[in-house]
Design a binder for this molecule. Structure first.
Ligand code: AMP
Length: 300
């Protein structure tokens, strides 16, 4: 999977004078159709809100290469399992508006759940093999929700390209697979993970961490760096690298490993030996908070 790319400036990052919020999906789709008729290029950033610098970098990426930037804020119920944090997912629309405006958003699409999922709703998008491993093990219906909502959002916003963060690596792989398999008429662009100063990947869920958990959570990034350095130093057997990663994480008493994996960058199939490149992926619980991260490993 192509990780990230140099953006070709079109708009050059010039910010719009004003930003509009649209909550009706028909209105958004009509507007997107009208924009398309004028040959302007639409860049789209789908999010669940509670924006941080990771989202900001996607908006700025979209701003660089699109005429019109649409950001969606929608806490998508179908991607949450029954025991997950849908109801307490953090929200702050006023702050989100500021960050979105500052990063150069033209339109925020901010629908209500009953608009996206009407009472008659019964159609889901199921990407098969690639959704079963990794996060799909502990979150068996998650990617069905993600694929379904992205399909709907793509059909409403009609983007020429949609921007996703590498932080959610499996999500990117699933969406790319879906776009190819269903001949969807847009390009998926993946931009690098934005991190806190100590390496922790920015995430809306980091607010759930207690101060002590937050301190120990750097073990995700550290173990990925450990893997990267081992591969740089010539180790290519995944089992040894995984063992070192696990040991590093286990040193943190509050961390509980969901999975640590070294996999093919496209298919996410587990690898025994790293030939040219691979992706190291992990998910670690701190209490009920589940953090994910990943890093590309390249043989020098
Ligand atoms: P979310 O609001 O968590 O659903 O994320 C919306 C988009 O932002 C997804 O494409 C994420 O991969 C991306 N994203 C989340 N955190 C980061 C980060 N730290 N760096 C870059 N992109 C991110």
């Amino acid at each position: 999977m192509r990780q990230s790319r140099k953006l070709s400036p079109r708009n050059g990052g010039v910010k719009p004078k004003e930003m509009r919020i649209i909550s009706d999906s028909s209105e958004m789709q009509t507007l997107a159709n009208r924009i398309r008729e004028t040959d302007l290029l639409i860049g789209f950033v789908p999010t669940m809100g509670y924006l941080h610098e990771g989202h900001g970098s996607l908006i700025r990426g979209a701003r660089q290469q699109s005429d019109i930037v649409v950001l969606s804020i929608f806490v998508n119920p179908t991607q949450f399992g029954p025991a997950e944090d849908l109801d307490k997912y953090p929200r702050d629309m006023e702050r989100d508006k500021e960050i979105a405006r500052e990063a150069g958003t033209d339109y925020i699409f901010y629908p209500e759940a009953r608009d996206i999922y009407t009472s008659e709703f019964q159609t889901y998008v199921n990407v098969e093999k690639i959704t079963k491993s990794h996060c799909g093990v502990s979150r068996p219906t998650h990617f069905r929700g993600v694929a379904t909502v992205c399909t709907k959002l793509f059909n409403i916003v009609l983007p020429h390209w949609a921007f996703f963060g590498q932080k959610d690596y499996q999500q990117c792989a699933v969406i790319r697979r879906m776009v190819k398999d269903l001949n969807m008429n847009l390009e998926i662009i993946v931009l690098p993970t934005v991190r806190e100063a100590d390496g922790l990947a920015m995430s809306s869920r980091n607010v759930y961490l207690t101060p002590e958990e937050r301190k120990q959570a750097t073990c995700l990034y550290e173990s990925l760096q450990l893997a990267k350095n081992m591969v740089r130093a010539g180790r290519t057997d995944a089992r040894t690298i995984l063992m070192a990663m696990r040991e590093h994480i286990k040193r943190k008493p509050l961390a509980s490993i969901d999975y640590v994996s070294i996999a093919d960058t496209d298919t996410l199939q587990e690898l025994e030996t790293i030939r040219t490149e691979a992706v190291a992926l992990l998910a670690v619980y701190f209490g009920k908070t589940r953090l994910i991260d990943n890093e590309i490993l390249r043989v020098m």
